[in-house]
Design a protein around this ligand. Sequence first.
Ligand code: NAD
Length: 259
Amino acid sequence: MTNRSTRFTDRVVIVTGGAGGLGGAITTAFLVEGARVAIFDTNPDAIDRALTELARPEAVMGADVDVRSRDSVTAGVAEVVAAFGGVDILIAAAGGSLGTPRDIDDIEPEHLDLVIDVNIKGTFNCAQAVVPHMKARGGGAIVNFSSIGGRSTSPVTGIPYAAAKAGVLGLTRRLAREVGPDNIRVNAIAPGLFLTGRLQGMFDEMAAKDRDEVLDAIPLHRMPELRECVEPVLFLASDESSYITGAVLDVNGGRFMAG
Ligand SMILES: NC(=O)c1ccc[n+]([C@@H]2O[C@H](COP(=O)([O-])OP(=O)(O)OC[C@H]3O[C@@H](n4cnc5c(N)ncnc54)[C@H](O)[C@@H]3O)[C@@H](O)[C@H]2O)c1
């Protein structure tokens, strides 16, 4: 049985979007379980805030990395390797619909570019940069962020997000096939709605009737805690899932059930 407090001792983890809601909670959990963690994010203030709040400051670093840029990602990964000696785990959480409109008539080309670039190109850039370092360590684990919006249709996000998050699944499977022989596992997580700070405000402001509608679509009939996304991510990153690759884990209270 794995000891949960030392599951990731001395493992080096990169969390993209690590200054955000889910990425921040994932960073904290890895630190608690003994890992060294690098946060890649484009929000330097949020990185600074996260770094001051986190336990084990000697085990965490932040880098101002825009995942859309291969040069920026490559430089960030080089910083991590210089500081921590290598990379074992990548959590590619940078993404979202990034404030773009939902309805087709309102979507401009730059909205589509932004959502595709951060979610798909960013996920690809990070994988491409870490794979050689994982090979050098004899293996690794990558967890990519899809969404219920890429598995089914979501009423809150639009076509660019649906296309990007479905694309992340194709990327995940193809990469898993390619790097499996190098003992690198690649999986995806597809969360339903998790109320991070920003989304909690939106949910609280909804009319009671609309909140009930959201809950009625969820068989478990409650909103999840953040740890209920964090723990499946850590499972996919850990040796407990050592024979799982190319898979997608739906973490949505039953709102979407795969056939
Ligand atoms: N919260 C949910 O309900 C939910 C549901 C399904 C999927 N997801 C996915 O989970 C992931 C994390 O979502 P969240 O709710 O924590 O969002 P969030 O907005 O709180 O965090 C996203 C983080 O990514 C960073 N980021 C944005 N663009 C970037 C870029 N180009 N390079 C580097 N960093 C960048 C942001 O600064 C932010 O800190 C996203 O991929 C999102 O699509 C979230």
